[in-house]
Design a protein around this ligand. Structure first.
Ligand code: NAP
Length: 352
């Protein structure tokens, strides 16, 4: 496998730092360039970043000079990962794509663009071909691929097998979201310590709409959205990493028993399991039998932070079944998910 030179836009932020940590020893990708705002550009990464990862800042990036997020400054990379603030992502990511530099983004801005794949390799790997209908450049060298909101990843990972076997009618969920999901410095400590905040601005519309695109059917380059409704309540809790979701699902056809659903979750096999993608977890979903599990502090790092943990599977008096699901928000729900997308793009020949 060739080695690809990558850039990271938004490299100083919480997601940017996670990219750096996860790419440190990546077998296919080498960090060549880092970009951030004009506040950081021109400084070394060591000076610009307030490093919040639990492992030391890699020496290989500490001395790199942070660049402006302009495509002209990134001519030496094969593609960029973006952990940009959404206030600038539309303009900056579009400018890179128009300059022929592929963008693999965490930001929300292009997720609902009808030509942009919203991709989770275990859920909708076929949507990757939507890239072919993008018109950022005449020669198709520039394109954008996105990964979903961090709550949506564990949600759709569990909904996928249910949709295939039973069909989904409706979903109600409450998310208990970690503070790292708000970036750095994020939520003020006086607001969140010993507290729960029952609202996260702009979060619920994404959680309610993105699963419908991810579970939609791609035909002739166009996604027909899945036809069910999602009602979400997003809350912030004093947890560092790992979003926990309490989910109830109404199904089109009824399972014979809750054990049948448990077996479906246990036996579910990812469609990309055999592709040899370095970041792909061996077990993308794990069903815990112990009623006390999953817990963010105990299980967010399972499979390198790439696993969706499921538990408390029950028959529900309201709708049909209920369970909890949890995943690491800055790994599986952000940087790790984007890196896995990049690996699939390499494997499918979109990055050469
Ligand atoms: P963050 O910690 O606030 O970092 C934002 C980054 O954007 C910083 O590197 C910042 O650079 C850069 N930036 C801000 N204004 C800029 C400008 N005008 N030009 C160029 N760069 C600029 O945020 P985050 O939590 O890492 O989130 C990054 C993105 O990922 C957001 O779109 C977020 O919604 C998404 N996301 C986050 C999570 C999560 O769990 N945190 C999960 C999924 C998706 P400076 O340091 O120079 O200001």
């Amino acid at each position: 496998m060739s080695n690809f030179k990558v850039g990271i836009l938004g490299a100083t932020g919480a997601v940017g730092q996670k990219f750096i940590r996860l790419l440190q020893d990546h077998p296919w990708f080498t960090i060549e360039a880092l970009g951030a705002s004009e506040r950081s550009a021109g400084k070394t990464y060591r000076e610009a970043a307030n490093w919040v990862e639990a492992t030391p800042m890699p020496e290989s990036v500490a001395g790199l000079t942070v660049r402006d997020c302009k495509s002209a400054d990134f001519g030496d990379v094969d593609f960029v990962f973006s952990g940009l603030d959404s206030s600038v992502a539309t303009e900056v990511e579009g400018e890179f794509a128009r300059a022929g530099i592929p963008v693999i983004s965490n930001a929300k801005n292009y997720r609902q663009d009808p030509t942009v794949p919203l991709l989770v390799p275990e859920v909708n790997p076929d949507h990757i071909t939507m890239i072919e209908s993008q018109t950022f450049t005449a020669d198709k060298s520039g394109w954008i691929v996105t990964n979903p909101n961090c709550v949506v990843v564990p949600l759709v990972t569990t909904l996928k097998p249910l949709a295939e076997k039973y069909g989904i009618r409706s979903v109600i969920l409450t998310s208990m979201q970690a503070i790292s999901g708000a970036g750095y410095p994020g939520v003020p400590s006086l607001d969140i310590l010993g507290n729960v905040i029952p609202y996260i601005g702009d979060e619920e519309p994404k959680v309610e709409s993105e699963p419908l695109k991810l579970l939609g059917i791609l035909e002739n380059g166009k996604v027909t959205f899945a036809d069910f409704t999602v009602h979400a309540t997003a809350t912030r809790v004093p947890v560092i990493n790992g979003h926990l979701l309490s989910i109830a699902v109404g199904l089109d056809s009824k399972p014979a028993s809750i054990e049948e659903v448990a077996e479906l979750f246990r036996k579910w096999k990812s469609p990309v399991a055999d592709l040899g993608l370095p970041t792909a977890p061996a077990f993308p979903m794990h069903l815990y039998e112990d009623q006390r599990y999953p817990q963010p502090r105990l299980h967010a790092d399972s499979e390198g932070g790439m696993q969706t943990a499921v538990g408390r599977l029950r028959k529900a008096g309201v709708l049909d079944i209920s369970y909890v699901a949890m995943a690491h928000n800055t790994v599986r729900g952000a940087a790790g998910g984007a890196i896995l997308n990049a690996e699939l793009l390499v494997k499918k020949g979109f990055i050469q």
